[in-house]
Design a protein around this ligand. Structure first.
Ligand code: 2BA
Length: 108
């Protein structure tokens, strides 16, 4: 069994969740924040059998889009208008996916 952790853009999260649940994946959705941009994103926890990993990745990649985000980063905090502190373009996503082995899962 595997646990997939998938970080997706908030704007894609509803479509990704809906596509996963339609294919019978069980999904937990967490509201999270990226440490670099300090902008909200969505993290999905999805437990699945090993042979479902590729199907889940395919769905997530299909509905997660790359975006250019213009923002001041945490690197600039406290530097006022110092050089390099102003907003600049950052490419975000589609999705960042981790796949972890699960030793045991129980439901009570
Ligand atoms: P953030 O940390 O807010 O990062 C947003 C985007 O900023 C990243 O897009 C990347 O293009 C850029 N970025 C992040 N850290 C950077 C740095 N130290 N220097 C320069 N540019 C940097 P993505 O790679 O698509 O990541 C989107 C979000 O996925 C991240 O939001 C973070 O919440 C999560 N993430 C990505 N890689 C991760 C990892 N290795 N571990 C944990 N979370 C990760």
């Amino acid at each position: 069994m595997k646990l997939m952790i998938a970080i997706v853009n908030n704007d894609d999260s509803a479509v990704v969740a809906s596509a996963l649940t339609k294919e019978n994946f069980v999904v937990t959705k967490l509201s999270t924040t990226g440490g670099f941009l300090m902008v909200g994103n969505t993290t999905f926890l999805i437990g699945m059998e090993d042979n479902k990993v590729e199907a889940a990745k395919k769905i997530i990649s299909q509905y997660s889009h790359t975006r250019t985000h213009q923002a001041a980063t945490t690197e600039s905090f406290g530097r006022g208008f110092a050089e390099g502190a102003l907003a600049h373009d950052v490419t975000v996503g589609g999705a960042t996916v981790f796949v972890l082995g699960v030793e045991e899962m129980e439901k009570y």
